[in-house]
Design a protein around this ligand. Structure first.
Ligand code: NAP
Length: 343
């Protein structure tokens, strides 16, 4: 069954996720959607030093937005900042050094950011990794889960009070179409059971991001949440983590600008703000978060279990955290009618 499902997914990807897929989809894009002024609006982008994150940062800076780059390596961040500033002519670009796999550091950063800044209009959860061997971080979390799920969860949850008081707040999470072949594995969130397949672990994390996006949308209606798939994009992550795929796809991979297009559209356009919060997007349109007839839907109980486990983990990792906003913003809600078609 899963081989059949994965084959359908791959064939679909060859049509839609490639450069050609983007060119076809973009024929119906409304060019004026991106014709907006974002001067005075601030955008936090994790992993802004490379690939899709950097292309998004350049596009946001070109439109006059303030960019907060969240990166783990100072040299790479400084180098990217030079490019972002020189390509955009915008000097409102700030670097924050945070390793998204270190839960406590992520939380400390978010808390300090809230103290320092009056508003944050858009959070773009872009940083992501595919570690192909089972590695643990210093906090005892599996590395992919720590970076792709726990880091983005803590960052988002901690920043919600700041986003909520900002104008037209949005949270965009760069997930992946790879999550379509995964059902939420609530009995094994950190991939401890069975054979460790980095690609599938990554896809499981990306499914977790999509479920979190739906849950947040229900819990925080003031903020517009979306998850998205950028397509198959030629970036260092792909060449390093999936070298065979990278070589096989070659010129068929999208450019970073093509991969960043929907991130930008979700972050700045009025059209995106009019869409239902909590959806999964591809090429500027909401798309189903499940393949046709797929067995990847989760029950309300499974989602409840997922959210409870995340909250338990967060409390165990940050036992001394008394911050009211963090504690009350951990949301556990059964999925309601609006996402039944997606989950
Ligand atoms: N490219 C694709 O085809 C594709 C498809 C679907 C989804 N995505 C998603 O797109 C997002 C961006 O990836 P990309 O393809 O643009 O790859 P990329 O160019 O390698 O960018 C990944 C970014 O994430 C950062 N990062 C990774 N681990 C981090 C950590 N622990 N703390 C802070 N930053 C960290 C990287 O920092 P360093 O430079 O320091 O490593 C880099 O800036 C990811 O979430 C990925 O899963 C990509």
């Amino acid at each position: 069954m899963s081989l059949y499902r994965n084959s359908i997914w791959f064939m679909n990807g060859l049509q839609q996720y490639t450069r050609k897929g983007y060119e076809t989809a973009s024929k119906v894009f409304e060019p004026q959607d991106l014709n907006v002024s974002i001067v005075g609006r601030s955008f936090m982008i994790t992993g802004a030093n490379s690939g899709i994150g950097k292309a998004t940062a350049i596009a946001v800076a070109k439109k006059g937005g303030t960019v907060h780059m969240v990166c783990r390596n100072r040299d790479r961040a400084e180098e990217a900042k030079v490019d972002i500033v020189s390509e955009s002519g915008n000097t409102e670009v700030y670097i924050h050094i945070v390793d998204m796999s270190e839960t406590r550091k992520v939380w400390e950063f978010a808390e300090a950011f809230k103290e320092q800044y009056q508003s944050l209009n858009v959070l773009i959860n872009n940083a992501g990794c595919m570690v192909n061997n089972r590695e643990m971080n210093a906090e005892g979390l599996e590395m992919n889960f720590a970076t792709n799920t726990m880091g983005m969860l803590i960052l988002t949850q901690s920043l919600i009070p700041l986003l909520r008081k900002s104008r037209d707040p949005r949270v965009i999470t760069v997930s992946s179409g790879g999550m379509l072949v995964q059902k939420l594995r609530v009995d094994d969130l950190q991939s401890e059971k069975g054979y460790f397949d980095g690609v599938m672990v990554y896809a499981q994390n990306k499914r977790q991001q999509v479920v979190l996006t739906q849950q947040w949308a229900e819990a925080f209606p003031v903020i517009h949440f979306s998850a998205m798939h950028p397509g198959w994009v030629d970036t260092p992550a792909v060449s390093a983590s999936m070298p065979q795929f990278h070589q096989m796809m070659g010129e068929r991979l999208r450019s970073v600008e093509q991969g960043a297009d929907t991130v930008l559209w979700l972050a700045v356009s009025k059209a995106a703000a009019r869409t239902l919060s909590g959806q999964f997007f591809q090429d500027r349109a909401p798309v189903p978060a499940h393949l046709p007839l797929a067995w990847t839907h989760s029950s309300a109980e499974e989602i409840q279990s997922f959210m409870t486990q995340l909250e338990t983990l967060a409390r165990a990792l940050l036992p001394d955290v008394e911050h009211e906003s963090f504690q009350t913003s951990i949301c556990i809600k059964p999925v309601t009618d609006q996402f039944k078609h997606q989950d």
